[in-house]
Design a protein around this ligand. Structure first.
Ligand code: ASP
Ligand code: MG
Length: 421
């Protein structure tokens, strides 16, 4: 059997008919290199956003099941059109949605995790000489219900397929030339990284770098799938390779800077200081599948027998969280629940910061010198994140990128590109 390559094309790469024809050429080129090809595509351009908007215009809180029914249609359009474009070039191709090939997920709407992928049908079709085009972002439950993997989830579909098929590699084609030290739309002198480790990429993705869906990196790491991020529009550039071992000598403590504008901060004030209160609070959120990012517990100012707990969650989960928290507030006997949406999380990431003192203080000093106030801080072994005012996000990213010497001599070419969610 030939080696399998999985190629994923994001929304901007299939935004119109000419771009779809262009993708067909890229796919055929790889097929002619002697590989078996499985292609994963997202919905065309801003299709998913438009579908979300239509749903919200009809019903401000649409049911999660119907949202999945609706959003999964975007990818179905792309797979059929791309398959036709490949066939028009004289190559054998066939498209499949998630139900047809059994991309099995857990029974959760809007952010389901993939549980299993059966490869029988895929292998049979590859053996028959077909290029296979699969709908990204969607899955199916054991009961045949349609699910989606969360916004940006096609990356995860592609990596999961690559893992299931034991593919040689997974290439993520997008509208930028690879992974940059920060968003080149904010800092034109951001540098493209040739390689980055799974760990660093995972932290970058979680910190808000939109280039890859975080769960795709997790899956690639878990199954050691070599992952490449590269441009659909410049095939000469090999982009960024995400692999297990980073170069032996790490000269820079920080590999990248990211900002995340998708979070909101919630503060629950004056919770009685007794064992189990935090456990109760966060288990209610977990039950509703709301993931929490930064958490700080501190003594409440007014009393010594109560605590304030502040934490951040994704904005999309705010309405659900607030209705839960109203109940939790009563149960815990807390004083109040307040929210702050005008925030941003800026993070610096780098395996080189392990055992290197002074990185945190340099970050805080850089923010202070730019007159930026820090509201919350969190750290991992290779990441430091600060929560700041949303209005300061760009200024912070620029200053940190400069402080940690990440600038390139060249200006990245990102003219005319759309953000690829
Ligand atoms: N079309 C979906 C979205 O816009 C999935 C993806 O593009 O990865 O989020
Ligand atoms: Mg994407």
């Amino acid at each position: 059997m030939k080696k399998i390559v999985v190629q994923k094309f994001g929304g901007t790469s299939v935004a119109d008919i000419d771009k779809i024809k262009n993708v067909a050429k890229t796919v055929i080129r790889e097929k002619n290199n002697g590989h078996d090809i499985v292609v994963v595509v997202s919905a065309m351009g801003h299709t998913t956003d438009h579908l979300v908007k239509m749903a919200k215009d009809i019903n401000p809180s649409p049911s999660a099941r119907e949202m999945d029914m609706l959003l999964s249609t975007g990818e179905c359009v792309s797979i059929a059109l791309l398959t036709m474009a490949i066939q028009a070039q004289g190559y054998k191709a066939v498209s499949f949605n998630a139900s047809q090939i059994g991309i099995l997920t857990e029974n959760v709407h809007s952010k389901a995790r993939i549980v299993d992928i059966s490869t029988e049908k895929l292998k049979k079709n590859l053996d028959e000489g077909n290029i296979i085009v699969v709908a990204g972002f969607q899955g199916v439950t054991e009961d045949g219900e349609i699910t989606t993997l969360g916004r940006g989830g096609s990356d995860t579909s592609a990596v999961a397929l690559a893992a299931a098929l034991n593919a040689e590699r997974c290439d993520i084609y997008t509208d930028v030339e690879g992974v940059y030290t920060t968003d080149p739309r904010v800092v034109p002198k951001a540098s493209r990284l040739d390689t980055i480790s799974y760990e660093e990429m995972l932290e970058l993705a979680h910190a808000g770098a939109n280039v890859l869906h975080p769960r795709s990196v997790e899956t690639a790491k878990q199954y050691s799938v070599p992952l490449r991020v590269r441009s659909s529009f410049n095939l000469e550039n090999m982009g960024t390779l995400i692999v297990g071992v980073e170069k032996m000598e790490i000269n820079k403590p920080v590999a990248g800077v990211a900002s995340d504008l998708s979070q909101v901060r919630i503060v629950v004030r004056e919770i009685p200081d007794t064992p189990g209160e935090a456990a109760t609070l966060f288990s209610y959120l977990a039950e509703e599948n709301i993931s929490v990012d930064m958490i700080i517990q501190s003594y409440a100012r007014k009393t010594t027998s109560t605590n304030d707990i502040a934490f951040t969650i994704n904005k999309e989960d705010l309405p659900k969280a607030l209705s839960i928290l109203e109940k939790v507030k009563e149960k815990l006997g807390a004083e109040s629940v307040t929210t702050d949406e005008d925030i941003a999380k800026v993070s610096i990431i780098g395996a080189g910061m392990i055992d290197r003192p002074g990185i945190a203080s340099t970050m805080f000093k850089t923010l202070a010198d730019s007159d930026i106030n820090i509201k919350m801080i969190s750290t991992s072994e290779i990441k430091i994140s600060c929560l700041i005012d949303r209005a300061d996000a760009e200024k912070a990213v620029k200053a940190l990128h400069k402080t940690f010497n990440l600038e390139s001599d060249e200006v990245a070419d990102v003219k005319g590109t759309l953000p690829d969610v």
